[in-house]
Design a protein around this ligand. Sequence first.
Ligand code: NAD
Length: 367
Amino acid sequence: MTKRIAVMSGDGIGAEVTREGLRVLEAMAGKFGMATEISHFPIGGVALDQTGDPLPPQTLEGGREADAILLGAVGGPKWDTLEFSLRPERGLLRLRAGLELFANLRPAQIYGDLVEASTLKKEVVEGCDIMVIRELTGGIYFGEPRGIKGEKGARVGLNTLVYTEPEIERIVKVGFEIASKRGNKLCSVDKANVLESSVLWREVAEEMASQFPEVELSHLYVDNAAMQLIRAPRQFDTIVTGNMFGDILSDAAAMITGSIGMLPSASIGADGALYEPVHGSAPDIAGKDIANPLASILSVGMLFRYTFDMPEADRIIQSAVVATLSKYRTVDIQGPNTKTVGCGEMGDLVLQQLAETSEPIPVPAAH
Ligand code: NAD
């Protein structure tokens, strides 16, 4: 069956890195004999310039109809002074909300020689491979009531942290499922010593554990989790947590690996899946062909793994990236005894590595 991919390159380096990601996607689809239908949709600043809306209706619809979305990045100084509802970033938030992408998957993995890029000691981070799963559509970022109110002469800033049982169940289920395909260790992070929403979170996670007997469930308070991530990151396999804790911990975990240009992500929901680099549109280097496309390429690996259930394809892409990095780097991850290459050339080199892998590889029976 033909797989439909919606490509939303967006702004700045979004177009440059997505082009390389897409080339890898097409090469891997060819290798696995998978038919794809690729459609392009504007999002962010480019969409605003074209249509007056950072998320035109046809882009949302295109995302909804696709099996998966490959996104670049949105935003840039040109649009920074616009009112909030017109900002490019608002288009991306509306896309995530519109497709109810409730699970954000952020791997933090050290790729081979890149261990030197981490600010932590080599012996602490070497071999690190963590998946942080962040709840993305609930919690304190969305809870009502909220706002800034004037009361008795002094303003009050108010936000509300709410999690319903079904919201907790669906994200913790994703946590268990992913842990069961990785190292069978799930750490649920909360603040159950202070917050009732966390007490419920912990109870629900415990109640679900019997459905996944192969997975060892543990709990950590978020402050301890932050400390442990920096102290001994290798103790973690899969982490599942709420929106705000996940926002902070996923960035902390990501930086263990050193470079923002290497970080892929997936946002998965009831009605779609979105794959994108963690980085933004990097206006400072846009148009110079020096951006690192590996976050986009690794996001394509996640797309194969999670939307098409083809972990083998992800493994092949990751191997090609590691092999390429041993000899070539983009400027952001320059290293000794490696040649510095541009964005397009890095894409060429990964494709060359992929071509050297024996082919064709049969599509798994279920697909
Ligand atoms: P950024 O991630 O775009 O850039 C931060 C720094 O990292 C810059 O110095 C940049 O050159 C570098 N960098 C980022 N990606 C790189 C890559 N692939 N290769 C090499 N270097 C890379 O963050 P920012 O500067 O805070 O934001 C710039 C714009 O991007 C803003 O408009 C912001 O709102 C937007 N943004 C969008 C997303 C998204 O689309 N998901 C995420 C973050 C920021």
